[in-house]
Design a protein around this ligand. Structure first.
Ligand code: GTP
Ligand code: SPV
Ligand code: MN
Length: 595
């Protein structure tokens, strides 16, 4: 176990609060995994899937009211409200501990509390952070086992006086009215109660690796970002690493493991995956940003994943995978919308109800077999395109940043910012249509700077300032681009095929980083010159490409108004450089008057 007195005392304190019947320290062993699975199968917390077809795989359903992150119940608990900023929900630490404490109190009676020591990043690397999660959920233990380095080795690395993030989770009644996801960055503490859904309860992920880590990163001089990390090897054998921030359910996992289209594969392109959701980055002596993926697994969106769109994810998830909220077939395998093959004649849906294709509810709406935010949890090591150096504690050097989201109209397929400061503005003005990954109105466009709106652990105005300051320290900064795979035509169709074909855009980006591709200047940045994107083997009329890359002044005038409103909310705390970029963009459109 551990000789760390602080850890022992904290576990004792939490046990006094939650009053579990037992406390089990997790060692991360295979035997432990088997024992926990057996228990979970016996109680129904997990269902064992068909072991011939899906060896090592299990199935889980969350409560019907608990299927996505609940951002309105997620709080940053700093002493001063201004330090959380206008985009975060805020609660004072006193109120947070008191309100959540009342829900935690006695909530583990009759249950076991698991002590889960975990390391984000390789154990023992100076780049890594240790956390300990206490949870009364076996599902959480088994997920953390996939998503992090977990077990006794972490306690050994922690030693007798090592620092760790204190992360307490309890399912309690899983009542949405008694649910709180609280970050206390000043105490390096997370309290999550009343939920059993991934992002709310796998506390090493969004809560630690983004909300707490962004706060620590600013103090310690590094960046914690909601970014995939992918390596593109060109036909000359040169590897370029790109990190990309897209909001939840906007394509990070897919881009991280894309398969080159035939024509580019034949030319010699290769793609390797470092990470699909989170990047921790530091400036090294060479003046570049180096990124590591602190996770060891993928917690990915299931619907839409198939052997066509994402064969690497399909191959990864054939074994040792936990499926959450998909449809369960009679033969003990799983099914989801926009997967492979025809739907089963009948199945159990994600809520455990009888389901057949085409079923409708009282309002005549189609009932889906899988929840739109159903997820797989799967070991990154099983991914066929995982990079050989994916766990290198030094990380990989980043040449380009991508920002992007779902914009049916506004943003062209790709554009490049003029420089770092403009690139930070491009990131800060990101917006996207809301997906099923969080509660809220689907499709509504919301501003989501750097895809960090729900994940920044401090005032976002200061966060922009920190990005600007970081740029000043980089002698060789990544070039910054914006992409949009989701622009629609007049009929609401997507002319851009996306997925593997996105490599054509990445190729242009890589070439821009090497000054090897042509571009045209527009008010918003550089777009590919006609013919600059490699279209070999892909039949899209030049006219359609022109449209995909076009910039509409009217649409931008509308967006500028919305941007202004958004930035005004930060008051004086917003860095002047951001307003400078705002005015410059306005001027480039010739809208001087509307400043
Ligand atoms: P989180 O795990 O929530 O952070 O999501 P993510 O950003 O990793 O998104 P993911 O790659 O899982 O994609 C989410 C959804 O978008 C899936 O249904 C995908 O099929 C779809 N998608 C991803 N890439 C593309 C693309 O290039 N084009 C289109 N049309 N859809 C895409
Ligand atoms: C996201 O929503 O950005 C995810 C899934 O990656 S969750 O872990 O639930 O946050
Ligand atoms: Mn994510």
């Amino acid at each position: 176990m551990t000789g760390n007195i602080k850890l022992k005392n904290w576990v004792k304190e939490c046990a006094e609060l939650c009053q579990p019947d037992n406390i089990v320290w997790c060692d991360g062993s295979e035997a432990e995994k088997e024992r926990l699975e057996k228990q979970a199968f016996a109680t129904g917390e997990l269902i064992q899937l068909n072991q011939e077809k899906l060896p090592g795989c299990a199935y889980h359903r969350t409560a019907t009211n608990d299927v996505a992150r609940t951002e309105h119940l997620t709080f940053i608990c700093t002493r001063r409200k201004e330090d959380a900023g206008p985009t975060n929900n805020w609660m004072s630490p006193e109120e947070g501990y008191e309100r959540a404490g009342a829900i935690f109190r006695g909530s583990m009676r009759g249950r076991t509390m698991y002590v889960i020591p975990f390391s984000m990043g390789p154990i023992g690397s100076p780049f890594s952070k240790i956390g300990v999660e206490l949870s009364d959920s076996i599902y959480v233990v088994l997920n953390m086992r996939i998503m992090t380095n977990m077990g006794q080795a972490v306690l050994n690395a922690l030693g007798t006086d090592g620092k760790f993030t204190k992360a307490l989770h309890g399912k309690a009644e899983r009542d949405i009215n008694k649910r709180l996801i609280l970050q206390f960055p000043e105490d390096n503490t997370i309290w999550s109660v009343g939920s059993g859904y991934g992002g709310n309860v796998l506390l090493g992920k969004k809560c630690l690796s983004l909300r707490i880590a962004s706060y620590l990163g600013r103090q310690e001089g590094w960046l914690a970002e909601h970014m995939l990390i992918v390596g593109i090897q060109d036909p000359q054998g040169r590897m370029t690493y790109i990190a990309g921030a897209f909001p939840s359910a906007c394509g990070k996992t897919n881009l991280a493991m894309l398969v080159p289209p035939e024509a580019l594969k034949a030319k010699g392109f290769k793609v390797v995956t470092i990470g699909d959701d989170i990047a921790w980055m530091r400036i090294k002596e060479d003046g570049r940003l180096w990124a590591v993926n602190p996770e060891t697994g993928f917690f990915g969106v299931v619907p839409g994943t198939n052997w066509q769109t994402n064969p690497n994810a399909m191959a990864t998830t054939q074994k040792n995978t936990i499926y959450t909220n998909v449809a369960l077939k009679p033969d003990g395998t799983v099914w989801w919308e926009d997967g492979d093959g025809p739907p089963p004649a009948e199945a159990q849906d994600w809520q455990g109800n009888y389901w057949r294709p085409g079923m409708t509810d009282e309002d005549g709406k189609t009932v889906t077999g899988a929840h739109p935010n159903s997820r797989f949890t799967t070991p990154a090591s099983q991914c066929p395109c995982i990079a050989p150096n994916w766990q290198d504690p030094e990380g990989v050097p980043i040449s380009a940043f991508l920002f992007g989201g779902r914009r049916a109209r506004l943003a062209p397929l790709v554009y490049q910012s003029f420089n770092w400061q403009h690139g930070v503005f491009v990131g800060a003005t990101m917006a996207s249509e809301r997906t099923a990954a969080q509660y809220g109105k689907l499709g509504e466009v919301r501003r989501d700077p750097m895809a960090m709106l729900p994940f920044c652990g401090y005032n976002m105005a200061d966060y922009f300032g920190y990005w600007l300051a970081t740029g000043k320290k980089l002698t060789n900064p990544p070039k910054i681009f914006h992409v949009n795979w989701f622009r629609t035509d007049e009929r609401g169709k997507l002319p851009w095929p996306g997925f593997g074909e996105n490599l054509r855009v990445l190729d242009w980006i890589v070439k821009r980083c090497r000054d090897e591709a042509a571009a045209e200047e527009t008010p918003i940045g550089y777009v590919p010159a006609p013919g600059a994107i490699d279209m070999s083997g892909l039949d899209i009329p030049a006219k359609v490409m022109e449209k995909l890359l076009s910039v509409s002044p009217d649409d931008w005038a509308d967006d500028l108004k919305n941007i202004k409103e958004f930035f005004t909310g930060f008051g004086d705390r917003l860095p002047g450089e951001i307003w400078e970029e705002y005015r410059a963009l306005n001027d480039r459109f010739g809208n001087g008057a509307s400043r």
